[in-house]
Ligand binder design. Structure first.
Ligand code: PEP
Ligand code: MG
Length: 783
């Protein structure tokens, strides 16, 4: 866990805020009239009055001005066009209401909005950002206090008080104004002000928002937002009895601390590991006086305990959005999580949405989610997933791909901009998310969905057609799978079998090691679903980026090059042995194909193979029915195997090229690091020469070879692979249709002539992709 100083700064600092000016002379400010509690009480009365929205706003500004002994109080609302409109004022010229419109970066008001931070000045006109609007008549005012109207970290407007005297507003007054701004935030969010707006200039709270993240799974979802951890909607902001609210807050904090202590001290979490670190961080914050003090202060201004938590949480979120340092962002996330836990303590219940009451076309929006949590939702109603965190290799992304929903990750503040029930579009191809899309946007996407559906129908028509190129080459198309939910894809796509069954996924989505019987059950179900089509099981490929949350992790400098996959399997053979036994028993009386991940040297293959043979002997001795036949192969993922192909091919029954890892190690580029992963193209002469070598050598040894990395799942990649001599490809389910459609039109000999000449007589080009794409275009191939 990082250093305490940085952590304390998160709760203590007021970064970005200009220094508070000191009181001047006899006009220096005393306390506000009646104090914040009186103000909140009066506000509650005004909120309950059956008056128009404008009247309510007008009353509110009068109240605030009187309470804070300010000559001016104004409310500016952020509009859909990103400008700030004066909605109400006490003190400035009334004609300016709905007439004065500031750019979002204009003047002090604009600065408060764009920084989402209060500005407190005794001489506003001396500030470089000060901008004078004659229609408001504000030139006579000197002191200025502006606070953002925030909701879930988003700025909805600005609340300002001004005084003629060069007075300084106290910290308590600043607090009180921020609390009042919260009430206004709810009023704006309720949509009450929409009636006051000119068309096209509505309050921004409900404006369409376009955010971009990282594409996790192709597909387009049009649906409605379901927050995985819904924000608690607070209906009661203003406390009836402050002492009681204080007691409630104290009780909840104590319970929260006890919970964390219990989890950490009573062995609910491993001795070390990421999960423990996170909880340790939570505990540190839960005991941090700065954080607790902020909450108490908010309650003392007259808020209910829930509203106080929301107030502090909204500030945290606003700061998180501005924070660029990844470490500090992470800590702010921790604080936010902690506030969520505290809210749950206060309300005494879990706020996860009822899984069974998911609306049709649900799109889940979450900060982060575990794979098992995603599988808990009703898949028939789920269309898409949007995550604030979660890269392409996260476990939840793997599950999203397996269940075939459009998914986008690393979307900043997704849970802050989307409200439950909002219309939302998830474009899993481009990584775009549109919240509350305009009708034009909705119809454009609806058209794309129709087009895709038409294309899917065309692919469906190809399902039972043999995959033979125009010049008579048969290409076997297999599926990549790993979970129960993948099994229906075999029949849906017409795949010839499963070319890669990633057994680690069962381990990754669970909360503990699956028992041998559970493994056997899954493997049997897979073989049953495949019928007479072959299934290639890959033994556990854990370690590296594939982390089991419940397994003690060894700290390693370079996990991708570390103790993973077959290395772990051979060093701790218990796990591998029980998995192999489960596979052999599941396949009794049938054919079994097993392969090993991350083999780097022939002797590793020998060792792993003899482990399988020992298990076969063991089962035979115990009278178990054995598989009819066992084929043993290996993945080719480590470049060292390129120089041992002859020895290897003498030993194996088959090879399967894992191009994802092979490219990663070939070019020394981390496949999960966006900064470098796009640096080298897999369709480059050196990589393709290596792939051709594997295909050629396999052929001359008479051993089948498949390619099961992502490369095979793009039509252009499949084209290049067939040109190199590959006749067996294993793909993600959604790629079977597009790849088959391309192959049916392909002249493999022509492609081979082109690709082979490009890689044997290279001109130093980094990629041959453009030339292959030009060939495809000339041949009319859909790539
Ligand atoms: C690969 O490395 O290409 C592969 C298929 O394995 P995984 O993606 O599971 O590491
Ligand atoms: Mg791999």
């Amino acid at each position: 866990m990082g250093d305490w100083v940085a952590a304390r700064n998160l709760t203590m600092d007021r970064a970005g805020k200009p220094p508070v000016s000191r009181p001047e002379g006899p006009h220096a400010m005393r306390g506000a009239l009646g104090g914040p509690r009186v103000l909140l009480r009066r506000l509650r009365e005004v909120m309950a009055e059956p008056v128009s929205a404008q009247d309510r706003l007008d009353k509110i500004v009068v109240l605030i001005a009187a309470n804070m002994v300010a000559e001016v109080c104004s409310v500016y609302v952020l509009r859909v066009d990103s400008t700030l409109e004066l909605y109400a004022t006490e003190g400035l010229k009334r004609e300016a209401v709905h007439q004065t419109v500031l750019r979002a970066d204009e003047g002090l008001v604009g600065l408060v909005a764009s920084e989402a931070n209060p500005i407190n000045l005794s001489e506003a006109q001396a500030h470089p950002a000060f901008s004078y609007r004659p229609e408001t008549g504000e030139e006579i005012y000197h002191a200025f206090l502006g606070v953002p109207i925030l909701r879930a970290g988003n700025t909805l407007g600005v609340l300002v008080v001004q005084n003629r005297a060069r007075r300084t507003y106290s910290e308590e007054e600043e607090e009180a104004l921020q609390t009042t701004a919260m009430v206004l935030a709810e009023m704006i969010a309720s949509g009450e002000l929409a009636a006051l707006a000119k068309p096209g200039a509505e309050p921004a709270v409900r404006r369409p928002v376009h955010v971009t993240g990282i594409a996790l799974n192709d597909g387009i979802a049009l649906g409605h937002v379901v927050l995985h951890e819904p924000r608690v909607i607070i209906t009661n902001f203003i406390a009836d009895d402050i002492a009681n609210e204080r007691k409630r807050l104290e009780g909840a904090i104590a319970a929260l601390r006890a919970d964390l202590d219990q989890m950490l001290e009573h062995g609910d979490v491993a001795e070390a590991g990421e999960h423990r670190e996170v909880l340790e961080a939570y505990r540190m914050f839960a005991y941090d006086r700065g954080w607790v003090h902020k909450l108490e202060e908010a309650v003392l201004t007259g808020l209910t305990a829930e509203a106080a938590v929301e107030r502090v949480q909204s500030d945290t979120r606003a700061r998180m959005l501005r924070q660029t340092d990844p470490y500090l962002r992470e800590r702010l996330h921790d604080l936010e999580d902690l506030a969520n836990r505290l809210m749950r303590q206060l309300l005494g219940r879990d706020h996860a949405p009822a899984r069974e009451s998911l609306p049709e076309n649900a799109v889940l929006v979450a900060r982060m989610m575990g794979p098992a949590a995603l599988l808990d939702y009703d898949r028939k109603r789920l269309r898409g997933l949007v995550l604030e965190e979660g890269g392409p290799n996260s476990h939840v992304a793997i599950v999203a791909r397996a269940i075939g929903i459009a998914a986008v990750g690393e979307v900043p503040n997704a849970t802050g901009v989307a409200d439950p029930g909002d219309a939302i579009i998830v474009d899993g191809a481009g990584g775009d998310v549109h919240v509350r899309p305009s009708s034009d946007m909705q119809s454009a996407y609806a058209e794309r969905v129709r087009l895709r559906a038409r294309r899917q129908l065309q692919y469906l028509a190809l399902r039972d057609k043999p995959c033979v190129t125009k010049d008579g080459e048969t290409v076997t198309l297999l599926l990549n799978a790993g979970l129960m939910v993948d099994l229906p894809h075999i029949a849906e796509t017409g795949a010839a079998g499963i070319g890669l069954f990633r057994t680690e996924l069962q381990f990754m989505v669970g909360s503990q090691f699956p028992r041998a019987s559970e493994q056997q059950q899954l493997y049997r179900a897979v073989l049953d679903a495949a019928g007479d089509r072959p299934v290639t099981f890959r033994t556990l490929d854990i370690g590296g980026d594939k982390v089991l949350p419940y397994m003690r992790n060894v700290e390693e400098e370079n996990p991708a090059l570390g103790w993973r996959a077959i290395r772990l399997g051979l060093d701790r053979p218990g796990l591998l042995r029980s998995q192999v036994r489960a596979l052999l028993r599941a396949a009794s009386g049938r054919e079994l194909r097993v392969m090993f991940p991350m083999i780097a040297a022939v002797h590793e293959f020998d060792e792993a193979k003899s482990l399988v043979e020992r298990e076969l002997t063991h089962l035979r001795r115990h009278g178990h029915r054995l598989p009819e036949r066992v084929d043993i192969g290996t993945m080719v993922e480590v470049p060292s195997l390129l120089f041992q192909l002859d020895e290897l091919l003498e030993r194996v029954d088959f090879l399967s090229v894992g191009s994802n890892d092979l490219v990663q190690f070939f070019y020394a580029v981390d496949r999960g690091n966006a900064r470098v992963s796009g640096r080298f193209d897999v369709l480059s002469p050196p990589m393709l020469r290596a792939l051709k070598d594997i295909a050629d050598k396999s052929k001359s040894h008479g051993k089948p070879v498949t390619l099961c990395g992502e490369l095979a799942s793009s039509p252009i990649g499949a084209l290049a692979l067939v040109a190199l001599g590959y006749r067996s490809l294993s793909l993600v389910p959604s790629a079977i249709g597009p790849v088959k459609a391309m192959l049916l039109e392909l002249d493999a000999a022509k492609a081979e002539a082109l690709v082979c000449s490009l890689i044997t007589k290279p001109d130093g080009a980094a990629s041959i992709r453009d030339k292959v794409a030009a060939f495809a275009a000339a041949e009319g191939l859909p790539v």
